[in-house]
Design a protein around this ligand. Structure first.
Ligand SMILES: C[S@@+](CC[C@H](N)C(=O)[O-])C[C@H]1O[C@@H](n2cnc3c(N)ncnc32)[C@H](O)[C@@H]1O
Length: 273
């Protein structure tokens, strides 16, 4: 299949539409990549012009669903068990275990969980400390496809690349070459679809002791990322923590959150009263 021509003008309006819906930002260097991905969907839907396809996405009654499907096909769900584990270990040992043992029922939100390896890693770490039942874990992603895979508890072998010893056989089994997480662990996580652009649908203010929003803000422009951080911060309890990926930093936004280093990981903390 050859890609349909994508003029700079159509690239500009199409990327704006995608960005408004998902936050995903595309620069001019992404034109070939985007043109290939969008062309295949446009051709499948019977369009031979990307401008016509844009009008369909924007104005047709079926356009919103087609735009969601297009966005879903663009999302990058790269993740694996025990990714960047120092931050998770610090969160478990220094925040969640003490609060759970004090009977405070801490709540955690993994706000872009992809296929679920991140919240499930956290669940394994909490179980290892004997406090899994005392912590509430919520996980969300924009992609329904990714969430379906998370809820099925079935993964691929690439997700095991950083797996420490002792996990397989305890929380996870490889059956017929497919890693499977034990259903009771998957059931411990409350999964839901949520778009980080839709703050009106976010959980209520001051709900969470900690939020993980790792390896997703890199796909957004700075002002979008800043807005998302502000919206997430509202849902943190006073003294709660926001964790982003190791290659991401909130310092460039001049965030009101207080940044502290714990075991080599950055914790962005909301002021206590
Ligand atoms: C690279 S994965 C990161 C997964 C995990 N947090 C980790 O660090 O391993 C990025 C995820 O962000 C999700 N995502 C992108 N834009 C989003 C949005 N607007 N709302 C919610 N999730 C989004 C994607 O669907 C994808 O699953």
């Amino acid at each position: 299949m050859s890609a349909l021509p994508l003029s700079p003008q159509v690239f500009s309006i199409l990327t704006m539409l995608i960005e408004q819906r998902s936050g995903l930002h595309y620069g001019p260097e992404d034109r070939d990549l985007l043109s290939e991905k969008v062309s295949s969907r446009a051709l499948d839907a019977g369009f031979d012009s990307l401008l016509d396809y844009y009008y369909f996405l924007r104005y047709d009654p079926k356009g919103a669903a087609a735009l969601d499907a297009l966005v879903d096909s663009l999302l990058v769900h790269e993740t694996y068990f025990f990714r960047e584990p120092q931050a998770l270990e610090a969160l478990v040992d220094e925040v969640l275990v003490p609060r759970a043992r004090a009977g405070l029922q801490p709540r955690v939100w993994c706000a872009a969980c992809a296929t679920g390896e991140e919240p499930l890693t956290l669940a394994m770490m909490l179980d290892a400390k004997g406090v899994l039942a005392d912590v509430s874990l919520q996980a969300s992603d924009l992609s329904l496809r990714a969430l379906e895979r998370a809820k099925a508890g079935e993964f691929n072998l690439r997700c095991l690349r950083a797996l420490p010893k002792g996990v397989e056989g305890r929380w996870l089994d490889v059956v017929g070459g497919r890693p499977r997480v034990r259903p009771e662990l998957v059931a411990k996580v409350e999964w839901r679809q949520l778009n980080l652009m839709d703050s009106a649908n976010f959980p209520g203010p001051e709900t969470f002791d900690a939020i993980l929003c790792r390896n997703v803000l890199i796909y957004f422009k700075d002002d979008t990322a800043r807005r998302v951080v502000d919206d997430l911060t509202r849902t943190l309890k006073p003294g709660g923590h926001l964790l982003v990926g190791t290659s991401e930093s909130l310092m460039r936004f001049g965030t009101a959150l207080h940044c502290e280093e714990r075991r080599g990981a950055f914790f962005y903390s909301k002021a206590s009263p």
